[in-house]
Design a protein around this ligand. Structure first.
Ligand code: DX5
Ligand code: ZN
Length: 213
């Protein structure tokens, strides 16, 4: 299992130290939640702050867009060269076009599914995607309770990926901790995002290690 701590739960008063700490503690990606106050009822950070995160990070960025007007935000964050740039399918009329745009910018495209969104909606996009992110909470806030139906969804998505001979990775985001990570691994999940569990612990390395099942 790869681990991507969500910096939403970091102490923003000492963001630089927090990023250094999770990278030193062995995280695989640095998950950055971008919220616009429209698609979700919360507002987070823009490219100025994410640029500071990118400079401090020794691991690649995994930028999760929770916004309206995806193409505008793709253009805004692409210069920071994240490894992954993911957008919500619920907010995109032309996902195939946007996937191509992200790939042409040299970034791995990913699509995010809210808890109610079936994986069948993106079946014909799987070959073009490097990752699918399944939300296991309603997007907008850290520290929420894990929604277990994501396990069933991961299983059927994995089946779809294998059937199509695609190499798409599955990431799960929201309420992940050491009690549910094993079930996620068994369901075929490759990467977990964890905010509260990592940044709320008093030993980041132990917390990250406990998710590497
Ligand atoms: C929620 C965000 C998540 C969140 C995860 O909208 O996408 O990345 O920060 O935080 P935890 O692990 O605390 O649920
Ligand atoms: Zn996220």
């Amino acid at each position: 299992m790869l681990v991507a701590p969500s910096i939403l739960s970091a102490d923003f008063g000492k963001l630089n130290d927090e990023i250094t700490a999770i990278c030193t503690a062995g995280c695989d990606l640095v998950h950055v939640d971008v919220m616009d106050g429209h698609f979700v009822p919360n507002l987070t950070i823009g490219p100025v702050v994410v640029n500071a995160v990118a400079k401090a990070a020794t691991k690649p960025l995994d930028i999760h867009l929770m916004v309206e007007n995806n193409p505008f935000f793709v253009d805004l964050f692409a210069p920071l060269k994240p490894r992954y740039l993911s957008f919500h399918i619920e907010e995109e009329k032309h996902p195939h076009r946007l996937i191509q745009k992200i790939r042409d910018l040299g970034i791995s495209p990913a699509i995010v599914l809210n808890p109610h969104t079936p994986p069948s909606l993106i079946e014909y996009l799987l070959e073009d995607l490097d990752m699918v992110l399944l939300m296991s909470v309603n997007p907008g806030f850290g520290g929420q309770k894990f929604i277990p139906s994501v396990l069933e969804k991961a299983l059927s998505l994995k089946e779809m990926i294998l059937k199509r001979n695609a190499e798409t990775l599955i990431e799960v985001d929201g309420g992940v901790n050491d009690t549910n990570v094993k079930a996620l691994a068994d369901a075929g999940v490759d990467i977990v995002v964890a905010g509260n569990y990592v940044f709320g612990s008093d030993h980041y390395k132990n917390a990250i290690d406990s998710l590497k099942v």
